[in-house]
Design a protein around this ligand. Structure first.
Ligand SMILES: [Zn+2]
Length: 234
């Protein structure tokens, strides 16, 4: 479908949930870590480097990879900002796979960090929180020498039940669900679609088709184009 109709469908919504993925952050110059395969660690796949096993058995390797995911100076782009603007006259929630906190920086009020956040970092020994700055300088907690880790969902780890319940609540309330910048293949995130209200309009905006029978309308192309049009339409 074309941009104009996609925007019309979004603006028809009163309770809108955006399900966002890596494609929303690329316009803020944050690369999808799946595209980083092999670049920094030779043969190891990101799926291993970001696993619970890697953190436990090879914490230095984990740290050296995870450090590349930090872009503390990245700024929200037109997609994040337009979602925030929609809050003025609609009930808006975001459920994001992104761990970069760009929706927070854009000041969206209702956000579920489905996969956690890179900027919440704690010591696995004493459970104290430290700043990203401290973590990026040293993987060990100063004083106690415990190994620090970001509060992100690693491979082999499950989603926190509070996060799941929040997400399901938003999905059930929404009359409009907009999937943006994700091929929507990773579970349990992709399974959220089964929680949608039966009357909800489910829309998708992505570079490639999601090939998902739950989706009512789909725009294939750059999400930035849609949000540039959207922000001019209200
Ligand atoms: Zn500690």
């Amino acid at each position: 479908m074309n941009i104009k109709n996609m925007v019309k469908f979004i603006l028809n919504g009163k309770n809108i949930v955006f399900l966002t993925g890596a494609g929303v952050s690329t316009a803020s110059k944050i690369p999808d870590y799946r595209s980083m395969n092999g670049v920094y660690q030779g043969k190891d796949a990101p799926e291993y480097l970001l696993s619970k096993t890697a953190l436990k058995k090879e914490p230095e390797k984990f740290y050296n990879f995870v450090k590349y995911l930090y872009h503390p100076d990245a700024k929200p782009n037109i997609i994040h900002k337009t979602i925030t603007k929609l809050q003025d006259n609609k009930n808006v929630a975001v459920i994001t796979q992104n761990i970069d906190e760009l929706h927070d920086k854009a000041k969206t009020k209702q956000i579920v960090h489905f996969h956690g956040s890179l900027y919440e970092i704690y010591c696995q020994n004493c459970f104290q929180y430290v700043s990203a700055n401290e973590y990026l300088n040293n993987m060990y907690h100063t004083g106690c020498d415990g190994i620090l880790r970001p509060n992100i969902v690693l491979y082999e780890e499950g989603i926190n039940s509070e996060v799941l319940n929040h997400s399901i609540e938003y999905m059930q309330k929404a009359d409009t669900i907009v999937i943006v910048g994700t091929s929507f293949q990773v579970y349990p995130f992709a399974g959220l679609i089964y929680e949608a209200n039966l009357k909800a309009n489910i829309l998708a905006i992505n570079q490639t088709s999601l090939n998902n029978s739950f989706i009512f309308e789909e725009y294939i192309g750059d999400a930035v184009d849609v949000f540039e049009y959207l922000v001019k339409s209200f």
